[in-house]
Write a new protein. Structure first.
Length: 581
């Protein structure tokens, strides 16, 4: 057993020979894939490598990882298929020895995810678990859709035809005014490396639009794709495909060709052409190009049950999640959680409530890590008390500064907030609070009356975000009411500085500059803050805003009402601002 993967050429050749000898060879079984995982995730995944030899010939490989509480496949979080490598005649004995070695090492939980259901290892693991003292439970993990070229309809020339050709022709016709539709497949690292940044940005941006955080937002994931790309391209296994319209990329696919399989690993597309299904069209072309290669017999669409896959798939392959536990309690706990999850999935409303509880629990854990247990308990107690009695005062401020509205330093810049800016920020900031803010902002991008802004440092890094909206008709969540005001009033709201950049004055710089731009366009800029947010109020006043009005929301035993107080406010000029209750 080794605790790292030696970067030896002899081991690489023998390992890959075993990978190719499997009944269904996969690129995820290769030495290069495991090595890329080690390079990218070595700080959190600690390799446990089992190698079996017979007469100095490698006959078995098990690339596992020690995650602290459990043992797993090393490539489980990156590979769509994971397995024990070895010839059928050696598989059972090898698996048994690996499980026995893990038992002697003190392992109590083993989770083997994405194991092909048709692999010889499935029965070997069940038998080995019994002899090594583990309780065994296996369930379906995924059904991987596949396109078998031998099952496709044939054209008049006898060649298989990819589904989706009509839609591809419609897209070509629809964008004819913008330029020709072209495709390319990058295979060398020199060709792929310059394309990866645009691929990452497009993938993260697309996920933001659908309300999710892409795995490519994680720096380790991007490092992995870079490392696996370098290693795979050396053997001509990497394929980065693009569809372009008028020379501009609109769809991407990061995939692999290995043995007789083209693997559809990670696609994305530019949402500006979403109505023309650019990702669907790229997949159509990839299948058509794969058909022309006599060495390729199928395209594997991988994990996930996305609807578009059903339009292409004519075959499938099941994977399993196998749990091995030394403890009876852990064993039955695993089964109970699985059965409960299966039941919950059949009741969408219950599933939604449980998801909300999970988010709340994660929020509490995050608060405890940042504030400590004592302050978290005080916060919970205050929240409970607030259900009975609460008083929230929100103060409104108007821009009246005569000072210069420019930034203190010319190399800082206020820019419109775009999907590209949000994607770059998502890759930059990994804290949960900022990523939740970016998800919220992405949802607003399509709102016609909302505008987002970003304050960027000289190197282009976004350090503050803000939004503006018409004050009239604004739904103020802090007051649970709709505001009414003249049409010329614009409200600055939902301002956010990522935690790493706080206490540097970026909030004040941003709102001062944005307010100045709004005033120059003939608008009256306003902003509000909770009365107990001293830092926000200080930044607002220093930016040149003047206090005009406050509204108080009171709640008592479930009843609530709004009170307005016109403090330091010219009655005849500002009386229009009120709460629409």
């Amino acid at each position: 057993m080794l605790q790292n993967i030696p970067e030896e050429e002899k081991l690489r050749q023998e390992w890959n020979a075993l990978a190719k000898s499997m009944d269904r060879p996969q690129v995820f079984f290769t030495f290069e894939w495991a090595l890329a995982v080690q390079r990218a995730y070595g700080s959190t995944l600690h390799p446990l490598l089992f190698l079996a030899y017979e007469n100095e010939q490698l006959i078995g490989v098990a690339a596992l990882a020690d995650e602290g509480e459990r043992i797993s496949f090393l490539t489980a979080t990156t590979g769509d298929y994971c397995d024990f490598l070895g010839l059928p005649q050696h598989r059972a004995e090898f698996v048994n020895k690996v499980l026995d070695g893990l038992r002697r090492r003190g392992a109590r939980k083993i989770t083997l995810t994405n194991l092909p259901a048709d692999s010889d290892s499935v029965s070997a693991i069940a038998a080995g678990a019994r002899s090594s003292g583990f309780r065994h439970f296996a369930r379906t993990a995924y059904i991987c859709a596949q396109v078998s070229f031998s099952r496709l309809e044939k054209a008049k020339d006898g060649m298989p035809t990819a589904p989706g050709q009509k839609r591809l022709r419609r897209l070509t016709k629809a964008v004819a005014g913008e330029g020709a539709v072209t495709f390319d497949h990058g295979r060398s690292w020199n060709t792929v490396a310059p394309v990866l940044p645009e691929f990452f940005q497009a993938h993260v941006g697309r996920f933001l639009e659908i309300g999710r955080i892409s795995n490519n937002a994680n720096a380790h994931r991007r490092i992995f794709l870079e490392e696996v790309g370098k290693l795979m391209s050396a053997s001509d296994w990497l394929v980065l495909s693009r569809m372009k319209v008028g020379g501009e990329p609109v769809a991407w696919h990061y995939g692999f060709q290995f043995e007789d399989n083209w693997f559809w690993y990670q696609p994305t597309f530019d949402s500006r052409l979403e109505k023309h299904w650019p990702g669907f069209c790229l997949l159509t072309q990839v299948i058509q190009d794969a058909i022309r290669n006599p060495a390729i017999s199928r395209l594997d669409l991988g994990l996930g049950s996305e609807a578009y896959k059903a339009k292409f798939a004519n075959d499938s392959r099941e994977t399993l999640c196998v749990n091995l536990n030394r403890s009876w309690i852990d064993h039955w706990g695993t089964i109970f959680r699985y059965r409960l999850a299966e039941h919950v999935r059949t009741h969408p409303s219950l599933d939604s409530h449980i998801a909300s509880l999970r988010r709340a629990f994660r929020g509490l854990k995050s608060r405890q890590r940042s504030d400590g247990l004592k302050r978290t308990l005080r916060w919970i107690a205050w929240r409970l008390f607030s259900l009975l009695w609460k008083r929230d005062e929100v103060i409104f401020y108007e821009w009246e500064s005569c000072r210069t509205q420019s930034l203190d330093r010319d190399d800082y810049e206020i820019r419109p907030l775009t999907l590209r800016e949000l994607a770059m920020a998502t890759m930059e900031y990994s804290d949960e609070a900022t990523q939740n803010y970016l998800l919220r902002s992405a949802k607003r991008l399509r709102e016609p009356f909302l505008r987002g802004f970003v304050l960027a440092r000289p190197e282009g890094c976004a350090v503050h975000f803000a939004w503006t909206a018409p004050l009239n008709g604004f739904q103020c969540a802090e007051l649970n009411t709709t505001l009414q005001a003249p049409e010329s009033h614009l409200l600055l709201f939902d301002c956010w500085t990522p935690p790493v950049w706080r206490h540097r004055g970026y909030y004040g710089k941003a709102i001062r500059t944005i307010a100045g731009q709004l005033q120059e366009s003939g608008k009256s800029p306003w902003i509000f803050s909770a009365s107990n947010n001293a830092a926000s109020i200080q930044g607002i006043l220093q930016a040149g805003f003047q206090r005009r009005y406050s509204l108080v929301r009171k709640r008592l035993f479930g009843f609530e009402w709004i009170e307005g107080t016109a403090q330091t406010m010219k009655e005849d000029q500002y009386a229009q601002l009120s709460a629409g209750i």
